[in-house]
Write a protein that binds this ligand. Structure first.
Ligand SMILES: Cc1cc2nc3c(=O)[nH]c(=O)nc-3n(C[C@H](O)[C@H](O)[C@H](O)COP(=O)(O)OP(=O)(O)OC[C@H]3O[C@@H](n4cnc5c(N)ncnc54)[C@H](O)[C@@H]3O)c2cc1C
Length: 378
C-alpha cells in the first residue's frame, strides 16, 4: 500500500490550499495568455517549493523527491503549464546541488531557493534525443570559457535569471564529442533569449531559444570537470526531469478524474444523472484506474530516488505511463462530456493539450520505451 508520512500529507494539504487559492483561479488565464507568471514562481520560492530538496545549509527546506512530486502533482492538477516552469527550475538547482563545488553551491543555491529562476539548456535545433549531436561550443580562451550556439525548446528561456548550459568542449581520444556544463550568471553579455515558441499546451511556462553569442564565463563557472556534460545533463534529465514530468502527468490524470466524476454526477440526461449510464461508468473506471496506476508508479519511482538507489528505469516507466495515460484520459473525459467536452469554458481541452505537450518534454515516449526495454533486456 502506498503510504505517505504525516509530514508529507500535511505538505500536500498546504500545497493544495495554496494552489486552489492562487493558481486554480487563474489557470485558464495563464493558458490563454501563454506567458509564465513569474510572480507565482517568487511566491513558490517563499513557500520553500523552489528549493524543496535543497539542504537547509543552502537555504532549502531539506526535503526530498517525494515531496517535490507532491508539490508538482498538486500544482499540475490545476496548471500543468506553470508546474513545468517550477519543475524545470529544479533541474538547474539539481545540477548545481549534485555536481557543483562548495563555492558554486554557496553562491547559487540560496538565490535559487529564494526567488531567482533557473533553466537547463540542452536541446538544439539538430535534435533533442540526439544528445551527442549538439553543436554549441565552449572554448577556453585566456582562462575564460567562450560559449557559442543556439539552444531551442528551453523552458524558462525568457524568464530564467541563471542558465545552466551543456555545450561541446572538444573530443575524446576516439573522436567522440566531449560535453561540459556551465552556469551563466544573470545579465552575462551575449546570453539572451531568442525566439519564443507558441506551444500546443503547457502554456504558463515560457519555452524558446537561448542564444549564446560569445558568452564569456570564468573557469569557476564550469560545473564538474570538462567532459562531465553527458553525466550531468543526462543524469539531471533522466532522474529529476522525467520524475517531474511523471508528477505533472499525474496532476493531469487527477484533473481528468475529478472533472469527469463531477460532470457525470451533475449532468442530467434522460431525467437522471449521466453517471447512471454504464458506458459513462466505464470511462470513470478507466480514468480512476489510470490515475491510481500512475500514482503508484510515480511515487514508487521517486521513493527509490529518495532512497539513493538506481532509479532510471522506474522513473522512465512512470514518465511514459503517466503522460501517455493523461492523453487517453483527457480524450475519454472529452467523450464523456459530449458537446460540452469541446467547449473551451471547460478546462478539459487544456488537459488534453497539456498532456500532448508533456510527451516530448524530458524525452519522448519512444525514447522512454528504449530505456525501459534496454533495462529489461540487460
Ligand atoms: C514542453 C517542452 C519543454 C521542454 N523543455 C526543455 C528544456 O527546458 N531544456 C531542454 O534542453 N529541452 C527541453 N525540451 C526539449 C525536449 O527535451 C526535446 O523536445 C526532446 O528531447 C525531443 O527532442 P526533439 O524535439 O529534437 O525530437 P527528436 O529527437 O528529433 O525526435 C523526433 C522523433 O524521433 C524519435 N526518436 C528520437 N530518437 C529515437 C531513437 N533513438 N529511436 C527511436 N525513435 C527516436 C522521437 O521519439 C520522436 O518521435 C522541451 C520540450 C518540450 C515539448
Amino acid at each position: 500500500m502506498l503510504k505517505f508520512s504525516e509530514q508529507q500529507e500535511q505538505l500536500r494539504k498546504v500545497v493544495r490550499d495554496f494552489v486552489e487559492k492562487e493558481i486554480a483561479t487563474i489557470a485558464s488565464k495563464i493558458d490563454q495568455e501563454d506567458t509564465c507568471p513569474v510572480e507565482l514562481l517568487r511566491m513558490t520560492a517563499q513557500l520553500g517549493y523552489n528549493g524543496v530538496f535543497v539542504p537547509e545549509c543552502y537555504q532549502g527546506v531539506g526535503l526530498g523527491y517525494t515531496e517535490r512530486a507532491i508539490i508538482l502533482e498538486e500544482i499540475a492538477r490545476h496548471s500543468a503549464g506553470f508546474a513545468l516552469a517550477l519543475m524545470t527550475h529544479h533541474l538547474g538547482v539539481y545540477a548545481i546541488l549534485t555536481w557543483g563545488n562548495e563555492e558554486q553551491k554557496q553562491k547559487y543555491l540560496p538565490k535559487l531557493c529564494s526567488g531567482s529562476i533557473a533553466g537547463l539548456a540542452v536541446t538544439e535545433p539538430g535534435g533533442g534525443s540526439d544528445f551527442a549531436g549538439m553543436k554549441s561550443t565552449g572554448e577556453l580562451v585566456d582562462g575564460y570559457w567562450v560559449l557559442n550556439g543556439r539552444k531551442c525548446f528551453i523552458t524558462n528561456s525568457h524568464c530564467a535569471d541563471i542558465n545552466i548550459v551543456v555545450v561541446r568542449t572538444g573530443e575524446d581520444e576516439k573522436g567522440r564529442p566531449r560535453m561540459s556544463v556551465f552556469v551563466i550568471d544573470e545579465n552575462t553579455p551575449g546570453c539572451k533569449p531568442g525566439r519564443k515558441e507558441k506551444k500546443t499546451g503547457l502554456k504558463g511556462s515560457d519555452m524558446g531559444d537561448v542564444i549564446l553569442d560569445n558568452v564569456k564565463v570564468p573557469a569557476s563557472n564550469l560545473i564538474g570537470k570538462p567532459g562531465d556534460g553527458a553525466k550531468i545533463g543526462l543524469g539531471t534529465i533522466s532522474e529529476v526531469g522525467r520524475s517531474g514530468m511523471a508528477a505533472i502527468g499525474l496532476g493531469i490524470l487527477r484533473a481528468c478524474l475529478e472533472d469527469s466524476v463531477k460532470f457525470a454526477k451533475e449532468r442530467i440526461i434522460y431525467g437522471r444523472p449521466l453517471a447512471k449510464l454504464t458506458n459513462i461508468q466505464f470511462i470513470i473506471a478507466q480514468n480512476r484506474t489510470d490515475y491510481e496506476a500512475g500514482r503508484l508508479l510515480t511515487y514508487n519511482a521517486v521513493g527509490i530516488k529518495d532512497a539513493g538507489l538506481p532509479c532510471v528505469p522506474e522513473i522512465s516507466i512512470a514518465k511514459y505511463f503517466t503522460t501517455e495515460a493523461a492523453i487517453n484520459t483527457a480524450k475519454r473525459t472529452i467523450d464523456l462530456m459530449g458537446g460540452y467536452g469541446v467547449i473551451c469554458d471547460y478546462p478539459v481541452d487544456r488537459y488534453l493539450r497539456d498532456a500532448v505537450a508533456s510527451i516530448p518534454s524530458g524525452g519522448t515516449s519512444y525514447v522512454m520505451q528504449i530505456i525501459i526495454a534496454g533495462s529489461a533486456l540487460s
